[in-house]
Design a protein around this ligand. Structure first.
Ligand code: GN1
Ligand code: MG
Length: 374
């Protein structure tokens, strides 16, 4: 286990009863480091402590402001209908001694703390249609509750985060610099990416930007960012680092990327990557149940492009990091980012082949939803 030498200094900043001796690594994030801490008092709420990667999230105060704005908005919404559950359905940050929801330690690292939500589960690979449906409902409800929050009130935490044109330019720069001499060995993947680059820049087209509303979106809707309760019912959306203005199709596509895939994001055996259509159907149904009331027709029509774009963009990002020498995503072994990129390209290839059928399902489900509403 990775130790935190100044754990007492950090924990003493937050007004909490965390047992520093119980520190344990938690979760599978690629950017931040997350730790679980037990409450000193039996029966008290346990904690999650996170070191925010400030090389990637370069403006931690603004990021924290975004999170607080979103959390307050969500809590007010839940409080209005179900006050007993507001702290279960929305994460709760713990303030530091200075009242700020982050702490910069003496080594320069940034930390935040929140309550651990007990009796919850998250899944890297979805197992049942019920889980997929509940995940769809959770992310749909998240967007729906934030639909009346002005996206311009949020700071753009990482600029052009889901702008594929910028991502492709970063890949091109990596190829030109070729710092580790790896570019030639990934020519097959680079050619494949180039072959789809024009079509994938759909959300960058002025005609799409003119009709698609910018909303407050999550921007990291991997399925393991929704917590389900012990009955596999949606409870809480977590990992709010990247809440900022975006298109709903980005969140839909990123969730489908992890739900429809029968195996893990970094699967080494590409033949194991298959599409689980019943899980896609279930997620879409849950999502439209919660979000169908506010989505515009143009947004519904754009969802399939999110489904194609997110695995494609993820492959571009993983491959760029591989060529650059693995400076962005944490890796577990040399070549990990290349393995991730190959897996995401295979997934993209399969989704691309099935895109008409997937789009037809989305439209059909939206019609079903609308007819129930009327
Ligand atoms: C990163 O750290 P984590 O796992 O929550 C990344 C996401 C990627 C994801 C791929 C800030 O998220 O954009 O989709 O890895 N976060 C950032 O698994 O780049
Ligand atoms: Mg994240």
């Amino acid at each position: 286990m990775q130790s935190v030498e100044n754990i007492s200094e950090i924990v003493s900043n937050f007004n909490c009863a965390a047992d520093t001796a119980s520190l344990a690594n938690f979760g599978s994030g690629h950017i931040n480091d997350t730790y679980f801490l037990k409450n000193l008092h039996a029966g008290g709420n346990d904690y999650l402590l996170q070191r925010i990667n400030h090389h990637i999230f370069t403006n931690v105060p603004a990021l924290t402001d975004n999170m607080c704005l979103v959390i307050d908005h969500l809590k007010a919404k839940v409080n209005a209908v179900d006050p007993a559950n507001a702290d279960k359905e929305v994460m709760t940050l713990i303030p530091g001694r200075d009242g700020k929801y982050y702490y910069q330690d003496k080594l320069g690292n940034y930390w935040r703390m929140c309550y651990f939500l007990s009796d919850t589960k998250s899944y890297d690979v979805v197992e049942t249609e019920k889980q997929a449906y509940e995940g769809g409902k959770a992310f749909g409800k998240f967007q729906c509750m934030l639909a009346d929050l002005d996206p311009d009130a949020l700071f753009e935490v990482i600029s052009d985060f889901h702008n594929i044109t910028t991502r492709l330019a970063a890949l091109q720069l990596a190829i030109e610099q070729d710092l580790k001499g790896r570019a030639a060995s990934v020519k097959t993947q680079l050619d494949y990416i180039a072959g789809h680059s024009a079509a994938m820049q759909y959300f960058q087209k002025p005609e799409q930007q003119a009709i698609l509303p910018k909303r407050v979106t999550h921007n990291d809707t991997k399925f393991n960012n929704v917590l389900l309760n012990s009955n596999d019912e949606a409870q809480c959306v977590i990992d709010l680092d990247t809440v900022m203005p975006g298109y709903v199709a980005y969140d839909f596509g990123d969730a489908i990327r992890t739900i429809i895939n029968t195996t893990v994001e970094d699967e080494a055996n590409l033949d194991k990557i298959q599409l689980n259509i019943p899980l896609f159907n279930a997620y879409t149904q849950g999502y439209l149940f919660a979000a169908g009331t506010f989505l515009t027709e143009a947004e519904v029509n754009s969802l399939i492009m999110g489904v194609l774009l997110l695995p494609y963009m993820q492959a571009v990002r993983f491959l760029t990091d591989h060529i650059n020498g693995d400076t962005y995503f944490k890796i577990k072994f040399e070549g990990h980012n290349l393995q991730r990129a190959k897996a995401q390209l295979r997934l993209f290839e399969m989704l691309y082949a099935d895109k008409e059928a997937l789009h037809a399902t989305i439209i059909k489900q939206m019609e079903n939803f609308s007819s129930v509403q009327n």
